[in-house]
Design a binder for this molecule. Structure first.
Ligand code: ATP
Ligand code: MG
Length: 505
């Protein structure tokens, strides 16, 4: 079969990094090719070049057998190639419908005519329905949680009638159900002869949908697996060159005797349900917070750290009631949220790795008004080493790191702060499997040191692997709790979808 897309000997360097070093890749019409590799392996760079976002330094790209060189996204799009970005790329102030049609608005009477809002809204609704989004097309994107934004981005791509769709970690903030819907759409695309390049760190997904897997390591081809050769172990071996333990298992069990370190008593908050929420976490305990995307987990977390107005109830740390009106107050009390959307809350993208890790720790690093530069560098270096953050240098601008490495910087920045209560919102979103087990190990050790941890995750394997018990949210409220000895996928899913017995714990 002739390849639809053929990439030969592609190279690309950035200052201090060889992102791609002679990469080959090919994909046929109707094929799903998964591209996997550790954080910083060069996956996104490769895809950006194919989609005309970046120019290569060398090498060749053939599309329909003819050499092409796209100087812009528009040119790639005109040829039939569309990229769904890893870091979402929506205009936040515009509506869902406007985003779906951004750059190719429907008009009445030629290119410069009036916008045909009705047609756009109707078509947007149809595209959104295809991937299971039910919010009104007029909703501003800024009002949507991150999973829904990801679906809007996918809907936009589906509307472009592309021959090749590149999905760069499309499911990192989708629920299992949404992921299944997306897989259905990918099946339809396949049957329609569309080629799909699929990047994911979730190897179960790769096993489920890929016809073939290409593995990148340090900017080079590390190997390829045909459909019948695809297995978790085979992929991981090519990715990291060694065997990695598949699931993390907790080393330290919480001691039941302790009084709660973190206690939430009957709080109600802006944007939350009428019913109040309560929970308690002992020192050393890791409590998972599960639920479908949109179940209100992030909202609850935001209320706990002062990002939402709390209208009733009480929060206590080590038995002492605390007043939290802002994340700064929370921080002062030793309560930290590592947010889900690093681009929005977690990072100063223009700042260096050193500055980002040092910033929340300024008080510890400064004498009088001055930050001791040596201390800041030492702190940053410690966390870059501990988390294996792949960066050319400690002074590198964070926005230029690969997605997963940005996530690790967010982590380093907050963990360096030594909190008493840690709330993690999707801590391993976009993080590769090797780094993931490092992060789990780290959370585990922090808990062993007496921290109380509340971990929001849509990754059930992760929730089951690391939690001492799991709270499950459904439609804004805590629908129930699954204790350690009954912890399994079914118990969590039942509560999340409200199929289980209501629990009055
Ligand atoms: N614009 C840029 N300037 C400098 N360095 C860059 C730039 N874009 C990417 N890099 C570097 O190139 C390397 C490859 O990055 P890339 O984003 O392609 O990795 P990735 O495989 O997509 O990783 P992830 O799984 O974390 O998303 C990384 O070391 C990254 O820091
Ligand atoms: Mg990437």
């Amino acid at each position: 079969m002739m390849a639809l897309l053929q990439v030969r000997d592609l190279t690309k360097s950035f200052p201090g990094v060889r992102a791609l070093d002679g990469v080959d890749l090919h994909i046929a019409a109707g094929e799903v090719l998964a591209v996997v590799g550790e954080n910083g392996a060069g996956k996104s760079t490769l895809m950006k070049i194919v989609a005309g976002v970046e120019a290569p330094d060398g090498g060749e790209i053939l599309f329909h057998g003819r050499p092409v060189r796209f100087n812009s996204v528009r040119e790639a799009l005109a040829a039939g190639i569309v990229l769904i970005h890893q870091e979402l790329n929506l205009a936040e102030s515009l509506s869902v419908a406007d985003n779906v049609f951004l750059g190719r608005e429907i008009t009445r009477g030629g290119r410069l005519g009036w916008l045909n809002r009705r047609a756009m809204t109707e078509q947007a609704r149809a595209l959104l329905a295809r991937i299971g989004v039910t919010v009104p097309a007029s909703t501003p994107v800024s009002d949507l949680p991150i999973g829904q934004r990801q679906l809007v981005e996918i809907a936009r791509a589906l509307g472009q009638s592309a021959r090749l769709i590149i999905m760069d970690e499309p499911t990192s903030s989708l629920s299992q159900h949404e992921t299944q819907t997306l897989f259905g759409v990918i099946g339809d695309l396949k049957r329609a002869g569309v080629a799909v390049l699929y990047i994911s760190h979730r190897l179960a997904e790769v096993r489920a949908i890929a016809d073939r897997v290409t593995v990148l390591r340090d900017g080079r081809n590390a190997g390829e697996l045909a459909r019948e050769q695809i297995s978790h172990d085979a992929i991981v071996r090519l990715m990291v060159g060694r065997d990695v333990q598949q699931y993390f298992t907790r080393q330290h069990a919480a001691e039941a005797a302790h009084a709660p370190r973190f206690e939430v008593r009957g709080i109600r908050y802006a944007g939350g349900p009428a019913e109040s929420a309560s929970l308690a976490i002992r020192p050393g305990e890791i409590v998972g917070l599960a639920g479908l995307v949109g179940a209100g987990r992030t909202e609850l977390a935001e209320a706990l750290v002062g990002l939402r107005n709390v209208v009733a109830g009480e929060i206590r740390i080590d038995g002492v009631p605390i007043r939290i009106r802002s994340p700064r107050d929370a921080l002062r009390c030793g309560l930290l949220l590592v947010p889900e959307d690093r681009r929005l809350h977690g990072l100063f993208l223009e700042e260096s790795v050193r500055g980002n890790i040092g910033l929340p720790n300024l008080d510890r690093l400064s004498t009088a008004q001055f930050v001791r530069p040596g201390a800041e560098t030492a702190l940053a270096r410690t966390w870059v080493d501990r988390l294996h953050i792949k960066t050319a240098r400690i002074g590198q601008t964070v926005g230029l790191l690969s997605g997963g490495n940005q996530q690790k910087v967010v982590f380093g920045k907050w963990l360096a702060r030594k909190p008493r209560v840690l709330i993690l919102d999707e801590p391993t979103r976009g993080v590769d499997i090797g780094a993931r087990s490092e992060i789990y190990g780290l959370i585990d050790r922090l808990a062993a040191d007496g921290l109380a941890v509340l971990m929001i995750s849509s990754d059930l394997e992760e929730i089951l692997g690391i939690s001492d018990r799991v709270l499950v949210m459904h439609e804004g409220r805590i629908a129930g709790e699954v204790p350690r000895d009954r912890l399994n996928e079914e118990a969590v899913m039942q509560l999340a979808t409200a199929e289980g017995e209501p629990c009055d714990a």
